[in-house]
Design a protein around this ligand. Structure first.
Ligand SMILES: [Zn+2]
Length: 560
């Protein structure tokens, strides 16, 4: 039996001031973890100060508040390391303000220092990587692997003799490095490297410090690589808690890449005539504004009048919406937006504006209101995803979204060597078997996961996508719903299906619910179309699927 106890803690701080290493161990006292956390908050305070937005006069810009948690990154720390320090994360000076994960795995822990009003966020670097060793991460994501990870004989001492063993000045012996936990021994070459390193230190405690600090130091380069991979898209990696979430953020960053808050994004589907002001319309507006202002108890002495008609007729003719820049039409009539919300509809306090923009912004901050309006318009024009608002459409789509377990079989197909295989349905035996044809594979036309999914997600063009202009589009917005329950609607549906534009960029994408049935005699004409096998019930006992697949499913805990 082994009892594990914290022996030391090391940290490398990267800030504007440069790189700094911190180390605490049992030699500093039993409360060395708390001492370290105290130091950690001091360093975080500096990092936080460095991150503030600065005005031209070099003072902190209070108009752009910045209060992000300072990330503290461990390597494979979410299970083991965090559990050794979690009890010290709650005390009179600081407290856990957010914990995400399970009892055994802390995916993210945010600790709030009450006096400094500062938050730090403990995360695991493996959140952003495939499961791998630190050494491998340093090699793959560092620059050229010049930062060596050393070795330390953790099993050469125990709680009773730790100080005695580590205070010795002579180096550890080769046997000290034997690990019964990992069942490993040190190689002669690695031991010689260790002996060289050890010469530089007064005793083994000092070597421990060097070893621990080096272990955190070699995380810096790979971390910076990962951060900049995401930051290229203006994404803060530490705001997300998985690789998938980061990829998703990149997808949206790409989709909204050339968004401009001052861009002109015309209203979707507005083909109505350009707006011109009539006297009747103006008079009703004047009346409306007056009662609105009176109701809100605003000063109405300088309010717009019936005789301002010519002025506003001209103004509406020559100007566009002051918020979104759109033209005024009969489907998008102008209204008057008050510049100063505390004042009424006086001539010098109003700007022409769409009804939608005016209502949406109402008493909100103008810039934030404008941002939302422009994002929405950009989204409509680019056919980017929006929420469904029609419950029937939701059910129609949801019904055919299948998820859950999937079993992916990898088969190596070598060009010019392997033969193309086909599925064949044997009517008599009522069985599907795989046939090897006489034809050899010449090309690989698509690699699942690796190239097709990103195409779907980003709408990046790819020549393999033969239709819709070489792009796979993300779902955009619902533009309509047609029930094929009468002749007229059936004609409309057929027009969309048979449209010449269907496989061009102007083609309309649609979801059609159809019933399919293939008579048994014709099954072999269709069996090689994978979608036909959707929602197919498989018998998965050993007799049917063979022992190889059966054991594969069992080994991977897939229900058989
Ligand atoms: Zn507008």
């Amino acid at each position: 039996m082994y009892e594990l106890f914290p022996l030391s803690v090391a940290q490398t701080v990267r800030s504007k001031q440069g790189i700094k290493k911190i180390f605490f161990s049992q030699q500093d006292g039993d409360d060395f973890i708390v001492q370290w956390l105290n130091q950690l908050f001091k360093e975080a305070e500096q990092v936080n100060a460095d991150n503030q937005y600065i005005t031209e006069a070099c003072t902190i810009d209070t108009t752009i508040p910045y209060s992000m948690e300072v990330p503290i990154v461990g390597f494979n720390s979410s299970r083991f390391d965090i559990s050794l320090i979690i009890s010290q994360m709650q005390c009179k000076d600081w407290t856990i303000s957010n914990y995400i994960g399970s009892a055994s795995t802390a995916k993210q822990v945010i600790v709030h220092h009450k006096k400094l009003n500062l938050k730090v966020k403990f995360v695991d670097m493996l959140t952003y990587l495939q499961p791998m060793e630190l050494k491998q991460a340093a090699k793959d994501f560092g620059d050229g692997y010049d930062d060596r990870k050393g070795l330390f004989p953790y099993e050469a001492f125990n709680t009773d003799n730790v100080n005695e063993v580590l205070s010795k000045s002579e180096p550890f012996t080769m046997e000290d490095f034997n690990s019964s936990l990992k069942k490993t021994k040190i190689s002669e070459k690695d031991y010689q490297i260790y002996l060289e390193d050890a010469k530089r230190f007064k005793n083994r405690w000092d070597y421990l410090q060097f070893y621990n600090e080096q272990d955190t130091y070699i995380m810096i380069k790979p971390l910076m690589t990962l951060i900049s991979l995401q930051f290229k898209y203006k994404i803060d990696m530490f705001s997300f808690m998985s690789m998938a979430a980061c990829s998703n953020a990149i997808k949206y960053a790409k989709a909204y890449e050339d968004f401009n808050i001052n861009g002109i994004y015309p209203n979707f589907d507005d083909n109505s005539q350009k707006f011109y002001l009539t006297e009747n319309y103006w008079q009703s507006k004047v009346k409306g504004y007056l009662s609105q202002d009176k109701h809100k108890k605003r000063d109405t002495t300088n309010n717009v009048q019936d005789n301002d008609f010519d002025y506003f007729k001209q103004l509406f003719k020559v100007s566009n919406c002051s918020i979104c820049g759109c033209k005024f039409t009969f489907d998008n009539k102008p209204t008057l937006d008050r510049i100063d919300n505390s004042k009424g509809h006086s001539k010098d306090n109003v700007l022409p504006c769409c009804l939608y923009c005016n209502c949406f912004c109402s008493d909100k901050d103008k810039n934030i209101g404008k941002l939302f309006i422009q994002l929405r318009k950009y989204c409509m024009i680019r056919c980017l995803p929006t929420n469904l608002t029609d419950i029937d459409v939701y059910h129609l789509i949801r019904k055919w979204i299948t998820g859950g377990l999937s079993n992916v079989m990898h088969r190596v197909n070598r060009s010019g060597i392997d033969f193309i295989k086909r599925l064949y349905y044997n009517k008599e035996a009522k069985k599907v078997t795989v046939l090897t044809t006489d034809h050899r594979i010449t090309h690989v036309v698509g690699v699942d996961f690796n190239s097709l999914y990103p195409s779907v997600m980003s709408s990046e063009p790819h020549k393999f996508i033969k239709y819709t202009g070489g792009k796979m589009y993300m779902c955009g917005s619902q533009t309509g719903k047609i029930m094929g329950d009468n002749d007229h609607s059936k004609q409309t549906i057929l027009r969309i299906i048979n449209s010449n534009k269907r496989f061009t960029q102007e083609g309309r994408l649609f979801i059609a619910e159809v019933k399919g049935h293939i008579q048994e005699d014709y099954l072999n004409d269709f069996i090689n179309f994978p979608p036909i096998l959707r929602n197919y019930e498989f018998t998965t006992d050993e007799r049917t699927i063979g022992s190889y697949m059966f054991n594969h499913m069992k080994d991977n805990k897939i229900k058989t």
